[in-house]
Write a protein that binds this ligand. Structure first.
Ligand SMILES: [Zn+2]
Length: 145
């Protein structure tokens, strides 16, 4: 059986990117999507995806918990790179009114124009606002077999 890990944080693992990918391959994982959660990790996850593409892809987005970190520059970075083959979605994004770790107005503002206007999006967790949660894990670009 072949597996695709659709939500990994390769940049956050103690074992390191290379070891994580090798461990995943050893148990049958063929593709990994590593998720961007805030502006400072966007260049990092993008570099990882570029380096290991087409086995690794990434998303670029600002997690609702990090809504306060969103800037226009971050939105511009997402829009400039979302068309690259290794970038498969805008995410994590969404509205998290359960934990409210970030003020709701900042969460709303952290949705880049790209994500507001069109899919693909990857929304954050099961606690997302219902209007966003419905699209959870569904709107990815097609990835190579
Ligand atoms: Zn995540």
């Amino acid at each position: 059986m072949e597996w695709i890990d659709i939500h990994a944080h390769l940049n956050m693992l103690e074992e390191g990117v290379e070891a994580a990918i090798n461990n995943a391959k050893a148990v049958g994982v063929k593709k990994i999507i590593t998720i961007g959660t805030q502006p400072e990790d966007h260049p990092i996850v993008l570099d990882i995806a570029r380096k290991y593409y087409p086995e690794v892809y990434c998303t670029l987005g600002v997690h609702p918990h990090d809504g306060g970190t969103y800037t226009e520059a971050a939105g511009k970075f997402i829009e400039e790179h979302v068309t690259e083959p290794c970038v498969v979605a805008v995410g994590e994004i969404g509205l998290d009114y359960y934990y409210d770790n970030s003020p709701r107005e900042l969460q709303k503002g952290s949705l880049p124009r790209t994500a507001r206007n069109r899919p693909p999006n990857q929304n954050a967790g099961g606690n997302s606002h219902p209007r966003c949660g419905r699209r959870h894990h569904r709107d990815f670009k097609r990835i190579q077999r």
